[in-house]
Design a protein around this ligand. Structure first.
Ligand code: GLP
Length: 266
């Protein structure tokens, strides 16, 4: 896999990558896996701007979101339905029947998850899965210990994830749902290509684990290393806990060409 350290805005970088992949692939529909979270807000703003300026269309893009909290209605301002509507779908020309987001209020959550997997298969699989990273290295809502073969299912959220996400719930952890529906690590790994984003010091530990640690289900982020076409795009702060030799390499590269991305093969 590739680790890319960029001094550019991660969201702009990722949006222009999506544009390039969609337009270069000529596949209709193009199937995109989508994340939520603070990290990717800029990416959605940039994708919306590309559509507004006529440089990208979602008409032939089918989307599958990664996850959703159990028990929140789509109108709840912290539901991922709400997030996606306000950050992306209100601003682009996606067809409603092309948008898939897990229903955290389904009466049968297990059937909801099974049907989601079937819908992904029926769409021909995911061409490009975009994602963020949790502080504890989780992908989507796959908490540490999730099998790399796992598929869409109900997940009990760890205290650390609920604590981290409480910033979106008036800093009141008791308001953060205790469960979520999430695609599995296996669902993510089944995608043809992965582009994950991590920024800020809060993600530095998880990034260092990926770069230097063993591949382990205790660190879901390390699953990226098992994929033949995966990229993790990070900023300098998220790179800050990497080994001194790599940090030195970054400093030297930056001194020579400050704007150039640094690509490390892991
Ligand atoms: C949540 C989401 C993840 C996301 C993570 C990081 O837990 N389920 O998909 O990657 O948050 O979010 P942020 O980008 O806000 O740090």
């Amino acid at each position: 896999m590739k680790l890319i350290i960029t001094s550019h805005n991660l969201g702009l970088w990722a949006a222009s990558y999506v544009q390039h992949r969609v337009q270069a692939t000529h596949k209709k529909p193009f199937v995109l896996g989508l994340p939520t979270g603070g990290t990717v807000v800029d990416m959605y703003a940039a994708l919306s701007a590309l559509v507004k300026n006529g440089k990208l269309s979602f008409h032939d893009i089918v989307t599958f979101n990664m996850d959703e909290y159990v028990g929140l209605s789509p109108e709840h301002d912290q539901s991922y339905h709400y997030y996606m509507k306000h950050n992306l779908f209100d601003h682009v020309d996606a067809l409603p029947e092309h948008i898939h987001i897990l229903n955290g209020q389904a009466s049968d959550l297990h059937a909801e998850c099974e049907n989601y997997e079937k819908a992904i298969v029926n769409a021909g699989g995911i061409d490009l899965f975009l994602g963020g990273v949790g502080r504890n290295g989780h992908l989507a809502f796959n908490e540490p210990g999730s099998a790399f073969t796992s598929h869409t299912r109900v997940m009990k959220l760890t205290d650390s994830t609920r604590q981290a996400n409480s910033r979106f719930f008036n800093n009141d952890v008791s308001q953060v749902p205790t469960q979520a529906l999430t695609v599995g690590i296996g669902t993510v790994l089944d995608a043809k290509e992965l582009l994950f984003l991590a920024n800020g010091e809060a993600k530095a530990q998880a990034v260092a684990r990926l770069a230097e640690g063993e591949i382990s289900e205790q660190w879901p982020i390390t699953a990226l290393k098992t994929h033949p076409h995966a990229t993790l795009l990070i900023d300098d702060a998220a790179a800050s806990a990497l080994a001194p030799a790599i940090l030195q390499q970054i400093r030297e590269a930056r001194a020579k060409q400050p704007q150039q991305d640094i690509v490390i093969t892991l």
